[in-house]
Each structure stands twice: as C-alpha cells, then as structure tokens.
Ligand binder design. Structure first.
Ligand code: NAD
Length: 428
C-alpha cells in the first residue's frame, strides 16, 4: 500500500460529513474502529517445523447490526490495511442498506506457499484465536483475497466444533453443500453490472447507445474482473481490453471474453501475445491485436474503465491521462482522493467501490439469512433480490447526488453516514 487506504477513506468520509452536516460527535466515533484484535498463530508445517504468524480481526462499527467482512491471507496484510478495509465494509453495508456493521480480518502470510494441510491448520488456528468475538449474531466473516469456499468450510467446521453443534450462519461464502449459495461467487460482478447499467440508462450521453457501441477495459482478471468482463461480453458490450498482473490484451473491435477465460492457465493467468478478437473462434495471432502495459490499459480510449485488481491504481500521476468517461470501481480503493479531484474536474464519472462492488456482501447477506432460517434460495430469487437491492441503492444515491450537487462517491458516503448517524443517535 503506497498510499494509506485508511487515510483516503477518511478523507472521503470527511467531505461527505461536512456537506451533509453530520453531527460531529457521531462523525468522531466513525473515525476509529470499535475493536481491533491482534492474534499470534503458531503454525505447524508439514516438515515438523513451526512458523509464528500474525493475524487481525478489526470490528469497525456495529451500529446497524452484526459485524460483517472478509478475511484475507496476504504477505502484506497489516493492521492498518485491515482497519481500512473494515471501515470500507462499514460504509458499504450502510450505503446499500444491509443490517450489518463492518469488519475485516487478515493474516500476514504467503498462502500460495502453504500446502493444503498447512492452509487448513492455519484456517482452524485463526478461528480458534478469534472465536470469542465472532458468531452469527456477532461477526460473520467471508472470503477475501486468497481465501475461498474451502477455507470457509474449514473455518465453519472449527467454529462449530468449538460451539458444540453445526453453525453454518457463522461464515458466508461457503461451498453450496454446506449452506453456501449458488451465485455468491459472481454476485460482486453481477451487482457491478446492475449499477453500471443503471447509470448508463440514466445518462444523457449513453441512454440511446447499444451495448455493442460501448467500449470497456477491465483491469484485473480474477474473480471479479473475469466475471464482470464475461457478463458484459455476453450482454453484447465491446470489451476491448483486459489485464492481469503480468499482461494485458487489447483489440479495437473487442475481445471474445469466453475464449480468453477458456485459455487462462492453471494459475488463472491470461495468455501472453495471443488474443481473441470477437467472432474469430480459433486461437490466432491477429495483426490488430496489441499487448498493453498496465498503465496503457488504464489510459485506453474507452467509454468504461473497470479497475478490478488492487488499490491506488488511479493516482495524481495518471488521472489527467484517463480517457474513459465512466469508471466503475470494482476493486476496493482503486482511486486516490487526488485522482478523484482531477477526474471530477474533467467530468469523468466515478461509480465508487462501496456501491459498485457491494453485490458480494449482498450475496453473503442472502446466504446468512438463508442459513439462519434453514431456507434455500432459487437462482432466480437470488438474482432478482440482488438486482432490487443494488438498483434501490443506486437510485437513492443518485437522488442524494442531485440534492447536494456532488459526485457519486460523496453521495454514497452521505447515504451511508445518514444511516449510521441515525442508528448511533437512536441507540444513544
Ligand atoms: P483475485 O485475486 O481473484 O484477482 C485479482 C486480479 O488482479 C488477478 O487477475 C491479478 O493478476 C490482478 N492484478 C493484481 N495486481 C495487478 C496489477 N498491478 N495490474 C493488473 N492486474 C493486477 O481478487 P478478486 O477477488 O477478483 O478481487 C479484486 C478486487 O476486488 C480487490 O480489490 C477486492 O478487494 C475487490 N473485491 C472483491 C470482492 C469479491 O467478491 N471477490 C468483493 C468486493 C471487492
């Protein structure tokens, strides 16, 4: 993290609180996490040696309901990063109207270097360490970077072992066989598409344009990036560029995203120097195909840019060179406040992370509600309910944007702040 994500989110919060005249006492509460727990995790390795790892669970605010937020396993995880992400979860859950507070967990570890058994032991250790502060009514974790449904299954099992009986509602993002919900893995991306299409339909510039005339570039080709590129491609949008941490592909007429996904290697990397233009099914080197650098992808001449990788990608340095008209922030914190100022002055619309990528936690919410009630959602019911929540949130934020004559991010923070502030005041 070269710029503090926590400082950035507090900058946005401050701006919204000033504009909406939020009670300063409430605002000061929201500048600090309610509880930060650091845990030491001795991990027995397969060769008999032991590593001592550090983990965290930060419970930022629970004015609106139980804490909720993912757990990430990453070598750069730190208390500051986990705190920033727990604050973002608080604003996100409040902005879309979920009955949740915000939390986040992390362990500083290179999970890719662990064997399956080591990963399982680490997951169980972490749950043992944070067991007193989590649970379906207290704090409900979910997957995040480098954690997945299998890890949630081990964690749920460990929690249930300590509890004495099966508690599926203690974790979300579980495998479907254990009370997980089909569609949860694509719900972040689908939610982002609902927000984008809501904006396009309400925009003078885009409302009469067909999907095939709207060009898109997606940075990051993991869970979120690949899924959103695929959903947009299958809806007919012209996805001209995609990238991962090592390479980027571009074709001016659009890429066949189903083919790109099909050609990913075992580690999920997209192919280098081969591209898949639309309507050409066989793999071929195409004269019009270009490979781009990460910077070039961000600065590509497209209608919609979708950062779906990591934080701090749109900065003071490149904001003046961005050509996209709309930025849909699927990653958490991809735009710095300095970049946002420049983008706003240039009339580039930024649909902020805490709205754009909220579909993931909405999917988790459905899973939790289903587990508590022993109820199973149909796919249609899941997609319809996700759409309703995302559109309701987008339209409320759109109205606040007009009311305060401000940008989408500030409007989203205002909606979140109002809900949090009312709850904090009512609870006294
Ligand atoms: P992931 O690990 O599955 O994928 C990340 C992708 O980004 C990979 O393709 C990786 O190669 C690429 N990448 C990394 N560094 C890059 C760089 N410098 N340039 C270009 N590409 C780069 O992660 P994910 O689950 O898809 O999450 C992506 C972002 O979305 C994160 O910011 C995450 O916090 C956020 N997010 C994810 C979810 C979810 O449900 N998975 C929900 C909300 C927010």
């Amino acid at each position: 993290m070269n710029q503090s994500l926590f400082k950035n989110t507090l900058t946005y919060l401050n701006k919204a609180a000033d504009l909406a005249k939020i009670d300063p006492h409430v605002f000061s509460v929201l500048q600090h996490p309610k509880r930060s727990v650091e845990v030491t995790l001795p991990l027995r390795m397969d060769d008999g040696s032991q590593q001592i790892l550090t983990g965290w669970r930060v419970q930022y605010n629970d004015a609106l309901g139980p804490f909720k937020g993912g757990i990430r396993f990453h070598p750069n995880a730190s208390l500051e990063e986990v705190t920033a992400l727990s604050a973002l979860m608080t604003w996100k859950n409040a902005a879309v109207g979920l009955p949740y507070g915000g939390a986040k967990g992390g362990v500083a570890v290179d999970a890719k270097k662990l064997s399956t058994h080591e990963l399982e032991r680490l997951s169980r250790r972490y749950v043992d360490a944070i067991y007193p502060i989590i649970g379906p009514e207290k704090d409900v974790p979910a997957p995040d970077v480098n954690t997945n449904p299998q890890i949630m299954a081990w964690m749920m099992d460990e929690f249930s072992r300590l509890h004495g009986y099966a508690v599926p509602a203690a974790f979300t993002g579980k495998p479907v066989e254990l009370g997980g919900i089909a569609g949860r893995d694509t719900s972040t991306s689908l939610g982002g598409v609902f927000v984008l299409e809501w904006f396009l339909e309400n925009s003078k510039e885009f409302k009469d344009r067909l999907p095939q005339d709207i060009s898109v570039a997606v940075q990051g080709f993991g869970n979120v990036g690949a899924n959103i590129a695929q959903i947009l491609f299958n809806k007919g949008y012209k996805v001209v560029a995609v990238s991962d941490s090592e390479s980027a592909l571009y074709h001016k007429n659009g890429l066949d995203i189903n083919e790109v996904i099909h050609s990913q290697d075992k580690k999920g990397k997209i192919p280098k120097n081969v591209c898949y233009p639309v309507k050409i099914k066989e793999v071929k080197n195409d004269v019009d195909c270009e490979t781009l650098t990460n910077e070039q992808l961000l600065e590509a001449d497209v209608d919609v840019l979708i950062p779906s990788a990591i934080e701090n990608q749109l900065t003071e340095e490149n904001a003046s060179k961005i050509k996209a008209k709309v930025i849909l922030e699927m990653a958490n914190g991809p735009t710095t406040p300095e970049a946002e100022n420049t983008l706003t002055k240039r009339n580039i619309i930024v649909l902020p992370d805490i709205l754009a990528n909220a579909g993931g936690v909405v999917g988790s919410y459905f899973e939790w509600v289903g587990n508590l009630q022993r109820y199973t959602w149909s796919n249609e019911e899941f997609a319809e309910s996700l759409k309703n929540i995302m559109l309701k949130a987008a339209s409320e934020i759109g109205k606040v944007k007009e009311e305060y004559k401000t940008d989408f991010r500030t409007a989203t923070y205002i909606v979140a702040l109002r809900r949090l502030s009312n709850a904090i005041k009512l609870r006294g």
